[in-house]
Design a protein around this ligand. Structure first.
Ligand code: GLC
Length: 559
């Protein structure tokens, strides 16, 4: 048996590119412009670099690319502090580069989703600068949350909210008022009760839709509306970096009205464009509210991302996610990693219970083995899947970054919080050797570890047992096998403790079985038809009516 058997007879030609509602089962690849590819050799990734690597993404087999922010920004939070939403930061290129990137992507059949950051702007945004200049009571201040402080001389912040990056969520300015910033002090929160804010963002959406993008990822979609009166939290609890906590500044019902308005803007451009919400909410049911038919199209499934490699936990979150989305008719999404959390290879290399910000390497080999198995499990589920750049190379988090190299504001503002987001943002290795392993000719803004070349695209291409080839194969099968991605349910099959087995049946009757062993011990399972793909490269023994499923592995079967 070959190591990643693909039964060609099970594959049909789908012509997915022109499918209506393409997003329902799309695989969407997140590109972090700083760290993907550096076209001009300044050590920082850019749009030209991304453009030159589009053929790689096409070959990988994804449907769409989501670009983290590349707008004009002083980079206090790696571009999530936008100074001008209609301009490209010179370090990334210019509007012509953005245009060329979108055209090239479309020519390859790839869709482009861009980030929109509506919760806050940069403190260098024209509105905020003028608000500071014009002083208390000025019209521009009303577009933000400026308030007088408490205490005899207003020397205490207006309430007890803490920034998600650590420290107080308020900063006092000359003249005595305080302004709210849920993130860094360079990211003042907008006041979404003000009509000019809503109007401005509709205009920004139109600007990028006119440029040709296929959708938006909505940053902090759950944060725009704050509870009336900005009430104290009162617990003194420290927030996790990003988490599903219930807070007076997150997941307030008022946000939905905003998205109903945005949906109308999008629909002016036809029904092919999409919104995906970054909405951290307490339950899957609360997440589902963001994707009702007249709101956004998808929401990241952070409940899934937060689950460990554990059969029971995974089955619960899969069931609750599918159950929550079914009534609203939106596809469930699945995601294992992004630019805000420790890569799943490293999460699964460590023991459970450590959360999504981990600073230790753990058992690297075990982590990779589990990550490969987790990917095949994820890609077998109904709905849309998000990949974070470099996960197809099995990259671990870089846990050895010197403090001086770190740029994540949450690290700098940390007061007892872990801020390890730089570890997942280290530039991608493309080649075995050479300057910055092919990232660019001028070094890399975060230092790359010495073994990066071994994990590069060049080192893995054409090696059937490599993680890159596993992703390529899995995505090729997924594009062509109608039982993968589509639909909204799984049929669970009996399985031993620690093992997950489910069947997927397509509308055309084609079926696929996915079996995952989340324990470290081999498990005996029934044969489920013909073996299609395996995450493990060893230990699979097929007998007449049973198969030995190696520990920490996933197999796909057609039956
Ligand atoms: C989102 C982004 C994160 C950023 C934060 C503030 O959570 O994913 O990277 O720091 O918003 O914009």
């Amino acid at each position: 048996m070959s190591q990643h058997p693909v039964d060609q007879s099970q594959i049909t030609d789908p012509a997915t590119a022109s499918q209506p509602e393409w997003w329902r089962d799309a695989v969407i690849y997140q590109v972090y412009p700083r760290s993907f590819a550096d076209g001009n050799g300044d050590g920082m990734g850019d749009l030209e670099g991304i453009r030159s690597r589009l053929p790689y993404l096409k070959e990988l087999g994804v449907d769409a690319v989501w670009l983290s922010p590349f707008y004009e920004s002083p980079q206090a939070d790696a571009g999530y502090d936008v100074a001008d939403y209609r301009a490209v930061a010179p370090m990334f290129g210019d509007l012509l580069d953005a245009d060329a990137l979108i055209r090239d992507a479309h020519a390859l059949g790839l869709r482009i989703i861009v980030d929109v950051v509506p919760n806050h702007v940069s403190d260098q945004h024209a509105w905020f600068r003028k608000a500071i200049q014009d002083g208390p009571g000025s019209p521009l201040r009303k577009r933000f949350h400026f308030h007088s402080g408490k205490g005899e001389n207003g020397e205490l912040p207006p309430n007890d909210w803490e920034s998600i990056f650590g420290g107080p969520a308020w900063t006092r300015v000359e003249g005595g008022e305080w302004y709210l910033h849920l993130f860094a002090s360079e990211q003042p929160d907008l006041n979404w009760e003000h009509p000019a804010v809503d109007e401005e963002f509709r205009s920004i959406l139109r600007f990028w839709l006119d440029t040709g993008v296929d959708g938006f990822r909505v940053d902090v979609a759950h944060g725009l509306v704050k509870a009336a009166g900005l009430p104290d939290i009162g617990t003194g609890d420290q927030l996790t970096l990003l988490g599903n906590d219930t807070m007076p500044f997150f997941d307030q019902d008022g946000v939905h009205e905003i998205y109903r308005g945005w949906r109308k803007v999008l629909e002016e451009y036809g029904d092919d464009c999409v919104f995906v919400a970054e909405a951290w909410t307490p339950t899957a049911e609360r997440t589902a509210l963001y994707v009702r038919p007249d709101e956004l199209h998808q929401a990241f499934n952070f409940h899934y991302l937060s689950a460990y490699w554990d059969a029971e936990e995974l089955r619960d979150v899969i069931d609750s996610s599918l159950d929550a989305m079914r009534p609203v008719g939106a596809p469930t999404t699945w995601v294992l990693s992004n630019h805000d959390v420790t890569r799943h290879t490293t999460r699964f290399a460590n023991p459970p219970g450590l959360g999504t910000q981990i600073g230790t390497a753990g058992d690297v080999e075990l982590g990779l083995r589990r990550a490969r198995a987790a990917t095949l499990l994820m890609l077998a589920l109904p709905g849309s899947a998000y990949l974070w750049q470099g996960e197809e190379l099995g990259l671990p988090d870089v846990v050895s970054l010197p403090d001086g190299a770190r740029q994540d504001p949450s690290f700098r503002r940390a007061r007892g919080q872990d801020g390890f987001r730089d570890g997942c943002r280290v530039p991608i290795p493309w080649t075995v050797s050479g300057p910055s392993y092919g990232f660019g000719s001028g070094g890399s803004w975060l230092p790359q570890p010495a073994d990066w070349g071994r994990l590069s695209v060049e080192a893995q291409s054409g090696r059937p047992e490599s993680t890159l080839e596993l992703y390529r194969m899995a995505l090729a099968v997924r594009r062509q096998h109608s039982a993968l991605g589509a639909g909204n349910c799984v049929q669970w099959l009996d399985a031993a403790a620690g093992v997950l087995a489910f069947r997927r049946t397509a509308e055309d009757g084609r079926r696929l079985v996915c079996t995952s062993n989340t324990t470290q011990e081999p498990a005996r399972i029934p044969v489920h038809g013909q073996l299609l793909l395996a995450s493990a490269t060893d230990g699979i023994h097929v007998a007449e009516n049973h198969v030995v499923l190696p520990g920490d592995s996933t197999l796909w079967w057609t039956d």
